[in-house]
Structure formats: structure tokens, C-alpha cells
Write a protein that binds this ligand. Sequence first.
Ligand code: FEO
Length: 400
Amino acid sequence: MGTIKIKDDICAVGAQNPTLRIFDVVMCTEYGTTYNAYLLRGSAKTALVETCHASFFDVYLENIRELCAPSDIDYIILNHCEPDHSGSLRRLLELCPRATVICSQAGALYLQHITNLTDLRIQTVKEGDTLDLGGRTLRFLIAPFLHWPDSMFTWSEADGALFSCDFLGAHYCEPYGLDTKTVYPEKYKQALQSYYDAIFGPFPSYVRKGLEKLEGLDIQFACTSHGPVLTKGCLLEYALDRYRDWSQPAAPEKKKIPIFYCSAYGNTGLLAAAIQDVLLSRLPAAAVPLYDINEHDMGFLRGELNASDAFALGSPTFNADAVPPVWELLTHVDAVNCRKKPALVFGSYGWSGEALPNLSARLKGLKMAVYEPEVRARFVPSEAELAAAKEAALDFAKGI
Ligand code: FEO
């Protein structure tokens, strides 16, 4: 790709990864991604915003060298220290002996452990601190949980350029790097939403605070760290508007208490149906859908679980544990916003029923309010076991 001029003395020097299909082990990236970084020159100083994924260091370095000798770099600004942005820092610093790393206070802590360097030269910045490059002054806006505690924005008033790192980003890769040259804007929009859902969906109140910080800034360019640079009059307004929409608190609606389960021989399913009957009779205004996990898309179930007011989760016991689809669903829990959520565990078993305590332990680890004891039945639920399940469901409903 080489470098891309954004405007005089601001160039993109990052790397593209168009064939990436899974990011961070869990996130599908149908359109690849980019690891954007930017070189800014003032009359006195040169700054680099972000490094890049360690696997792309050679391309990144070549791009920097197109513009300057790495030894000329005075500052390396890291708006966020996840390794897709900081992964090349250690190697880069070997070539930039005089560079000072600029980051937030939380970022400094992470960088010590990411680089394992004891002589890292770091300058931490607070809200509103500035850095003068000579004719180009950068201001730092601390933006916690967008999407890590360390996150911040860097704003260049003279350029109308916002360096927003992951915020407003997308795992999307086209060759030319600017939204004005995007060939498939609809695909980009899809990628923007997927990225928002995965990265910022758990932090809507912080997104709103981040947007508030940007109000009043005359942003001409949002130089994100993934996907195209967004420009005023092209896709910038679209991205900002969607962030406003997506981060709005959901309108109050009827309570959602989904019941998720797997059932090998229908016995855990019988418990699920008994629990559903009771919840519906006790909370008639609530939605209490039954979901056999194997019959639904995991992305859909993830949304249902994370948007629920409470939920029940059932599994038979195989090999002294819950079955894999149930565990997979739990890997998608929004651990921030599901804290204190009421949860009821149930299941049929043959010998010892280890699935039940194992699931309870995991939900407690996620800080949920787990109903005790779990609802259990040995093989086919007896009348007494079904009655006990209904009693537990009634009691569970009182806590919702
Ligand atoms: Fe693109 Fe949170 O790293």
C-alpha cells in the first residue's frame, strides 16, 4: 500500500491485512483489516501515532522510511495499547533512540508489560494536555473504555484531524485507505456495525461520553486505526450518526427472560418447559422464549442473552461437564453489563450432574446473581422433580 497523504505533513504509514478472517481469536473479519498509523510533522518535532501489529512491522517500517529516518521521530503516541497497535513498539524503539512514548496513565502500565523494557521513556498525559510539534499542537482527550481503560483520542485543531484509534474504526480493508475512494461503501457500513457491536456494544454510556467530547470539534478527518480514514462530507457523518444511534439506551420494553438449553434425550428440555410455564404465569408481561441452543445461530443467542433481564441455562451432563454448545454460549457473555444478572441453572443427568455446579461456578465468576440450588432431575424428571423445578422457578421469578 505504501504511505497515503492525508494532508500536508500528515501521512498514513500503517499496514493492510486484507486476508485476515479472524481477529483476536474470536472476531470474524470478512473484509480483512488494516493497522493504521500516522506520521505527523511539525516545524520542530515529528510524531508517530500508533505502531502496528508485530507481524506487519517490516511493511510499517518501510512506510515510515519513505518519509523520514526512524531516528528522527521524537514522539510515539499510543492512543490505546492493545498489541494490534503497540505490538511493534519494542522493535521500533530500537530504531528511535530519542523517541518519547506518549500515552494515558493506564496505558503506561500496560506498556511496561507489553514491552518488558525497564528503560521505557514514557510521558503520560491527562485530559486536555497538549504537545507542540511546531505549528501543529496536539491535544489529548482521555476516553476510558473506548474500549480499554487506557483509551484516549489525539486531536490536532490546526488540521481538524482526530486520531481516534479503535473508535469509529472498522475491520475493513480496501487498497486506498480513504473513505472517498471506498468502492463498496455498503460492505464498509456492515463492517462498521459489526465492529461497533463487538468492541463498543458493551460500553454504550462511554460511547456517549466519547461523542460528547467530540462535540464542538470541527473534525475534517477521523484518522481511525482500522479501516478507512473518514472525511467530513463522505463517511464521517455517517459513522458518527450511527454511533449516536447505536449507543442510545434501549427504550424500556417488557422483561426478557430467555431459557437456553441443550437436551440429549428431551429430559433437560422437560425441565426447560416447566420453568417456562412458571415464569410465564408468574410474569405474564414478560417474554420467556425457549431456545434449544443447537437450533439457533450463536450470534442471535448472544444478543438474546446479553439483552436479557434474567435467564435460565440448562445442560445435560456429559463426561462430567456441561455440553460444548452451552459453554460456547457462555463465551459470548458481555461480562461488563451482565454483572448481577439473575441466572437459573438446570439440567437432567444420569450419574453425578457435574454440569450444574460447573455452570453455576462460571456464572458466579462472571459476577451474576446465580439462583441456588440448581434445578436438577435424574434421567427422566419425576413428578416430584418437576414440582421442585416449578417451585424453584417461582422463587427465581420473585427476584427478577
Ligand atoms: Fe484495535 Fe483495541 O485494538
